[in-house]
Design a protein around this ligand. Structure first.
Ligand SMILES: Nc1ncnc2c1ncn2[C@@H]1O[C@H](COP(=O)(O)OP(=O)(O)OP(=O)(O)O)[C@@H](O)[C@H]1O
Ligand SMILES: [Mg+2]
Length: 244
């Protein structure tokens, strides 16, 4: 079993008076693909923002292991944060070219001479023919691939994906799933994948977590999660009987 890269302890996230997430304990292991499933409003994106060290939890600790030390949101240095890349549920692209969008994160990091890396990632997401196209003219699938390319070009240790294939056609779903699989297999990138699709989780995940009303009701290896779930709510969710 590989080393943990995240450790969550007694985490709660409270917005106003509502506790939208409550996680007594969760580890994410280096090199795994962890799928986070759950109904709308369950707290999946909130969990992902905490893993991205974008906000601090209201209570408890979200700790990230940088390879050298454990850090919290408050402690993480820029170079440690930069090990984590996130693709948001509704990614906002710059109203510039596809290439400029992909180059942006590298420019912010002060990395020049990255032209070859940018071309390579554009080829990987099959957008090399659209490198000069303005991002706001792209189809939904193309825009989603730009958002993914923008994260991949940073060569992150951790990739946090929030519904990366929502509303896409089967060809785009397949392409993006192949990239996710490849990123994990070739580069060992740790991936946390929020998805509404149990089929996608089945295809990609090594472990699955089910979040309902801010609580993790089950976190299991994928085979067990799908074939022999322990929690009756997992069974109900998988069979579509869960009443939201
Ligand atoms: N910044 C915020 N301020 C107030 N409430 C918030 C905030 N962010 C999220 N919430 C609330 O927290 C709950 C969980 O939201 P979250 O976006 O994490 O759900 P989700 O599981 O990602 O849902 P979906 O599948 O629809 O994307 C929701 O009820 C949402 O309205
Ligand atoms: Mg969400």
């Amino acid at each position: 079993m590989s080393e943990p890269i995240y450790a969550l302890d007694d985490v709660a996230q409270v917005y106003g008076t509502r506790t939208v997430l409550s996680v007594p304990r969760l580890d994410v292991r280096a090199g795994e693909v962890l799928a986070v499933l759950g109904p709308s409003g369950a707290g999946k994106s909130t969990l992902l923002r905490l893993l991205g060290l974008l906000e601090a939890p209201t209570r408890g600790q979200v700790r990230f292991h940088s390879g050298e030390r454990w850090v919290t949101h408050a402690e993480a240095r820029t170079e440690e944060r930069r090990q984590i890349a996130m693709v948001f549920q509704r990614p906002a692209l710059l109203t510039r070219s596809v290439r400029a969008n992909v180059a942006y994160g590298l420019r912010v990091r002060g990395e020049r001479d990255a032209a070859e890396r940018i071309e390579a990632v554009l080829r990987r997401v099959a957008l090399d023919g659209l490198a000069k196209a303005r991002a706001h003219t792209l189809s939904g699938g193309e825009a989603q691939r730009v958002a993914l390319a923008r994260a991949l070009v940073l060569a992150p240790r951790v990739l946090l994906l929030d519904e990366p294939t929502a509303n896409l056609d089967p060809a785009n779903v397949r392409l993006i799933e192949e990239l996710i699989r490849e990123q994990n297999a070739q580069f060992g990138t740790t991936i946390v994948l929020v998805t509404h699709s149990i089929f996608q989780a089945r295809r990609l995940a090594s472990r699955c977590a089910l979040l309902i009303e801010g609580k993790l009701v089950e976190v299991s290896p994928a085979a067990q999660f799908f074939e022999a779930p322990r929690d009756p709510r997992t069974r109900a969710f998988l069979s579509g009987e869960f009443v939201f």
